[in-house]
Design a protein around this ligand. Structure first.
Ligand code: IDP
Ligand code: MG
Length: 149
């Protein structure tokens, strides 16, 4: 089953939106298999955002993501990577569709609440970057037979 990394960024924690964000992912039927609050180090931030190194917003992005605690989660499900991306919405909240997390809850590109891995290969790399294997929980969920045919 596919897995993806989600971060509730420092703005989401500060605004008290952790629960609302988790509820949307749970409500869709995705399965939570790892969760922790943490402070991202500069080293982890630079590896996580390696694709953006050298861009004008890079230094601000690293400063922001390390500025306060985040909630890191791993979600599992069929096509979890693209399902989460569609729930998250477009990178710029002004362009994110209503009904998406960013489209409903955010206004600014630099304060867009949430990260979701953008491909299965990035998801694998990001899960390894943020979680030890003993922090991932495999368990039977009885509701699954009412979510998957
Ligand atoms: P994503 O979070 O939707 O995957 P990315 O393009 O990977 O978007 O960018 C990572 C993060 O960097 C975004 O979520 C946003 O917070 C920030 N960012 C992206 N582009 C810009 C920009 O042009 N100005 C300021 N911040 C940006
Ligand atoms: Mg991205």
């Amino acid at each position: 089953m596919q897995r993806t990394l989600v971060l509730v960024k420092p703005d989401g924690v500060q605004r008290g939106l952790v629960g609302a964000i988790i509820a949307r992912l749970e409500g869709r039927g995705l399965k939570l298999i790892g969760l922790k609050m943490m402070r991202i180090t500069k080293d982890v931030a630079s590896r996580h955002y390696v694709e953006h190194q050298g861009k004008p917003f890079y230094d601000g992005l690293i400063a922001f993501i390390t500025s306060g605690p985040v909630v890191a989660m791993i979600w599992e499900g069929r096509e979890a990577v693209s399902v989460v991306r569609s729930l998250v919405g477009a990178t710029d909240p002004l362009k994110a569709a209503p009904g998406t997390i960013r489209g409903d809850l955010a206004l600014d590109l630099g304060m867009n609440l949430i990260h979701g891995s953008d491909s299965p290969s990035r998801a694998q790399a990001e899960i390894t970057l943020f979680f030890e294997s003993n922090e991932l929980h495999e368990y039977e969920r009885t509701a699954d037979r009412w979510i998957r045919e």
